[in-house]
Design a protein around this ligand. Structure first.
Ligand SMILES: Nc1ncnc2c1ncn2[C@@H]1O[C@H](COP(=O)(O)OP(=O)(O)OP(=O)(O)O)[C@@H](O)[C@H]1O
Length: 445
């Protein structure tokens, strides 16, 4: 991934700070999908593998979090050829452990409640069976994917479109913060799979414009977040619009006890998968720096000069603090973006898109980006404010070290945070070390 020259370091990139407002272009996945598949594959012959345009193999070191598999191949699951082509063109060579555990069960139609570490391929674990079951000759919604944030909806829909690109699948994103009218118009066209935040899709179902009568498979990503008090009643209402024999695929890295209630009500016979004997990622080194509040910006400055940051996400605990910190970083002479839920959706889209493209090295974020966001080039996560609970800690740190790669998590800990640090360590069974004077770049690059 390329960077504009001087993307890191003191270069007076003061202009980068207000960049978030420059354009209201929607991301491509928000536009109505084309009516024809991007490329119709000729997969009739035996030479289909020769047609696959695989990306160059990923040679980087990967930890056992993704390599400890049974050695299965995607071809073992008798998937449609068009789907297999999409999988291989994504650069997926072999299924990850959670994909190995999920695919055969999901393909039988059974519901799943699965827990696996961050960045180990849960999205593929539910997207692949949904695509396999999708009959693109039928003009009805057959799969629904629910996610807690709009950014995650955009990201997941692009995975569906990429993996399903040889199938002619029509995938629609539907989230709050966008035009309801456009969503309604889109639904007059062909839609096979909907990726949505719960409120908007319930709204559309209530208005009888989103017909879920034949939607027999539903995935809930970040399921514990979807079952928090804010979303749970919406999810329960939505389920009433689905067929009785629907299949539910629930995934997260964290499953508090509260989930059991939902499981008992809606998916009693679900198959359970738990790949989290240990909770934190093997590839992510975690450190803390004991600081006073007023020293934090200075410490961040020191980290910027000492670390080999490819891309970094810096988390704060409030929207106000996100904006303040982004301003301070800019004043230090570093370019940075910021994102939080109180920004206009068009600005959020722009920041997400540009940061993913590598337009800026550093993103200051609220917990909006804590879950699910997959940006492979992020190798450093900094908790400028220490998170309040261990679930948030785990998901934040998991924005680095994607798919078993190496990463670094650094926590600023104040006197008031000291008990929280201890609790997170205890609850996650992990050790967060005091930060040493130097950190070997080989451990996180
Ligand atoms: N079988 C595979 N082979 C190679 N790369 C893969 C495979 N499956 C997934 N990936 C890649 O791994 C990265 C992480 O995957 P994904 O976002 O699905 O993780 P996740 O488990 O959902 O993470 P989180 O818990 O943070 O949401 C993505 O960039 C994805 O493209």
């Amino acid at each position: 991934m390329g960077y504009p020259s001087g993307g890191k370091g003191k270069g007076g990139h003061m202009g980068a700070y207000p960049q978030i407002g420059v354009s209201t272009d929607a991301l491509p996945m928000q536009r109505p999908a084309p009516q024809q598949p991007e490329m119709k594959a000729d997969v009739a012959g035996d030479d289909w593998k020769a047609q696959i345009r695989r990306p160059p193999p990923d040679q980087r070191y990967k930890t056992e979090d993704v390599t400890a598999t049974k050695g299965n191949d995607f071809e073992d699951y008798f998937l449609k050829r068009e789907l297999l082509m999409g999988i291989f063109e994504m650069g997926y060579e072999k299924p990850s452990p959670i994909q190995e555990e999920s695919l055969p069960v999901a393909l039988t139609g059974k519901s799943i409640l699965a827990r696996a570490k961050n960045g180990t391929g849960k999205t593929g674990a539910f997207v692949i069976p949904i695509l396999e079951k999708c009959n693109t000759t039928k003009n009805v919604i057959q799969g629904l994917i629910l996610v807690p944030t709009r950014e995650l909806a955009l990201q997941t829909s692009s995975v569906v479109k990429e993996i399903g690109k040889h199938m002619g699948v029509q995938c629609m994103v539907s989230t709050g913060g966008t035009s309801l009218r456009e969503d309604i118009m889109r639904l007059y066209n062909e839609v096979h799979i909907v990726v949505a935040t719960p409120g908007r899709v319930l709204d559309l179902a209530n208005k009888n414009v989103c017909n879920l009568k034949q939607c027999s498979i539903v995935a809930m990503d970040e399921a514990d977040k979807l079952l928090c008090p804010e979303f749970k009643p919406i999810i329960e209402d939505l389920i009433k619009f689905l067929p009785k024999d629907r299949q539910i695929l629930m995934y997260s890295a964290t499953f508090p006890i509260a989930i059991l209630d939902f499981k008992n009500s809606f998916m009693q016979d679900a198959h359970e998968i738990n790949l989290m004997d240990e909770l934190t990622l093997k590839g992510v080194s975690q450190y803390y720096a004991f600081v006073e509040e007023r020293q934090k910006v200075h410490c961040l400055n020191t980290l910027f000069s000492k670390l080999q940051i490819n891309q970094a996400i810096i988390f704060c605990n409030s929207v106000t603090r996100v904006e303040l910190l982004a301003k301070k970083i800019t004043e230090l002479g570093y370019s940075c973006f910021f994102i939080h839920s109180r920004m206009y959706q068009s600005h959020r889209n722009r920041v997400f898109h540009d940061f993913r493209q590598g337009a800026c090295r550093c993103l200051v974020s609220s917990d909006l980006f804590t879950r699910g966001i997959d940006i492979q080039s992020v190798n450093v996560v900094i908790n400028f404010d220490f998170p309040k609970n261990s679930e948030t800690y785990l998901h934040r740190i998991g924005r680095s070290g994607r798919f078993g790669h190496l990463g670094l998590g650094i926590n600023f800990v104040t006197y008031e945070d000291r008990f929280n640090l201890y609790r997170v360590e205890k609850e996650l069974g992990t050790e967060i070390q005091p930060i040493p004077p130097t950190i070997d770049p080989a451990t996180y690059t």
